[in-house]
Each structure stands twice: as structure tokens, then as C-alpha cells.
Design a protein. Structure first.
Ligand code: HEM
Length: 237
């Protein structure tokens, strides 16, 4: 997965292959398409609500972990443009969380606020899911260039460390649920991935990953218009 080298004004620049972002966008919509078509065609099995909760929850978690993978992968490969895919992955994770929660609130709880509040307070895995959802809201809300500029790169990055908390919350939510069903196999795989991603952030490990990156010819920061603002470049670190 190598970035394309393009020439612009006589200067070679690196960026993601042009097809990558639209392809990733389309791929991230596949689970939603599956649910939408299945719902319309009555093809989501005997319990459509369970299927939607299951598919949206799993994809929210997968996309969240993929978002967390971007920084270590960028360090290990030296492909700085990978960071430009992170926002899209994160927003899709949030999108699936919203689908997940809406399904629960609308179809499980029948929009009964008192029921939802009681559930959040009474069932620990729902409590954890709710806290995780709350952690994801400020991340989604501050994902725009304008918010990055407003907060400043350092504060924005500090806030966005919440993504690791959200990742841990999502895995715990799944583990707790699976524990009650006595089948921990799948959530334990996500747990292991999360641990690897957290370890990869430790300064010593991050430095080692950085040394794996092939040395590249120095190139100006960005390829595609519009060029990133200083705040966005700071946020990309
Ligand atoms: C208020 C917030 C949330 C509520 C009310 C909620 C509710 C639920 C419910 C009712 C289930 C299905 C339980 C069952 O099968 O018996 C579930 C499963 C799941 N949820 Fe959540 N959830 C919330 C937040 C989240 C978040 C933030 C994530 C991930 C980022 C997530 C990921 C998952 C996963 C992976 C499953 C297991 C899916 C499966 O394989 O069955 N949930 N959640």
C-alpha cells in the first residue's frame, strides 16, 4: 500500500492513491447497505432488531480499532498520508454507534426514556456502552478542520486521546455482554487487538516502530488540494 508520488509544480509529493478514500468510504457503507436492504427485503432473519444491534455494534468496534491502528501503522511505515484516512474511519465508527444506539432506543426500548435510564443504571454492560457513546460524542463533534483550528493542535490531540478510552469501553461492553452468555472468544480477540494498539503507543514501542519506517526522500507536507492548515497538520501527529 504505497502512496502515489505525484508531481505538482515540479515538486514530487506523496499522498494516498486517489482511489483509496472513495474505496474505503464505499467499503465502510457495506454493512449499512446490508442492513438497509435486509430490512426492506425482510431478510434480516427471525430477529431483525438483534441482527441490526449485532452488525452495527461489531462494525462500530471494528472501525474504532481501525481508527486506533492508523497512528502506529503510520509510524511503522512512514506513510504520513495514512492519517488522512483516520477522520473518515472515526466518523464511520461513530455512525455505526449511532445506528446501534438508535436501534436499541427505538426498537428495543420503544423510545421510553425512563426505560433507557433505568437500563443504563441497572445493567453494567449498558452502562459501559453508554459511557463509551458519551466519550465518542466530543470526538465526532471536534472532527472538523474548524474545530481543530479552534482548539489548537495540542488541545485537540489531548482530547482525542479519549479514542483509546472509547476503544477500551467498547471492548469492555462486548466482554461484559459475552460473559453473561458464557462465550468470550470473539470479544477476547478484540481485547487482544486493543492491548496491542495500546502497547504500540508506549513511547519506547512507538520509537521502535518509527525506526522500522523506510527512509524516504524528504517531500513537502501534502499532495492534494486543499493544503492542510497548520492546525490540521498539528492534529495529524
Ligand atoms: C448507550 C450505548 C449502547 C447501548 C444501549 C448498547 C446496547 C447493546 C445491546 C442491547 C446489545 C445486544 C445485547 C444482546 O445481544 O443481548 C449490544 C451489543 C454490542 N454492542 Fe452495544 N450498546 C451501546 C454502545 C455501544 C458502543 C459505543 C459500541 C462500540 C463502539 C458497542 C458495541 C457493541 C458490540 C460489539 C456488541 C456485540 C454485538 C454482537 O456480537 O452481538 N455498543 N449493545
Amino acid at each position: 500500500m504505497n502512496g502515489e508520488r505525484r508531481r505538482s509544480g515540479g515538486v514530487a509529493r506523496t499522498g494516498p492513491p486517489r482511489w483509496l478514500k472513495p474505496a474505503l468510504f464505499a467499503a465502510a457503507l457495506i454493512p449499512f447497505g446490508y442492513l438497509a436492504v435486509g430490512l426492506l427485503a425482510d431478510g434480516l432473519g427471525a430477529n431483525p432488531v438483534e441482527t441490526i444491534t449485532h452488525v452495527s455494534g461489531e462494525w462500530a468496534l471494528r472501525l474504532l480499532l481501525l481508527t486506533l491502528l492508523v497512528t502506529p501503522l503510520r509510524r511503522a511505515t512512514g506513510l504520513t498520508w495514512l492519517v488522512r484516512l483516520r477522520r473518515m474511519l472515526g466518523l464511520f465508527a461513530f455512525f455505526y454507534v449511532v445506528v446501534h444506539f438508535t436501534t436499541y432506543a427505538l426498537l428495543d426500548a420503544g423510545l421510553d426514556l425512563a426505560y433507557v435510564v433505568e437500563d443504563v443504571l441497572d445493567r453494567p454492560y449498558i452502562t459501559v456502552g453508554f459511557v463509551t457513546l458519551c466519550a465518542l460524542v466530543p470526538l465526532a463533534a471536534t472532527s472538523t478542520d474548524a474545530m481543530i483550528r479552534r482548539l489548537g493542535g495540542a488541545r485537540w490531540r489531548r482530547l482525542h486521546r479519549l479514542a483509546y478510552f472509547a476503544g477500551a469501553g467498547a471492548v469492555l461492553h462486548f466482554l461484559w455482554l459475552a460473559f453473561s452468555k458464557s462465550d468470550l472468544r470473539e470479544p477476547l480477540i478484540y481485547f487482544a487487538i486493543l492491548v496491542v494498539l495500546l502497547v504500540a503507543r508506549l513511547p519506547a514501542v512507538a520509537a521502535r516502530l518509527g525506526r522500522l519506517a523506510p527512509r524516504r526522500v524528504a517531500a513537502p507536507a501534502r499532495a492534494d488540494p486543499p493544503p492542510p492548515s497548520p492546525a490540521k497538520r498539528q492534529a495529524a501527529r
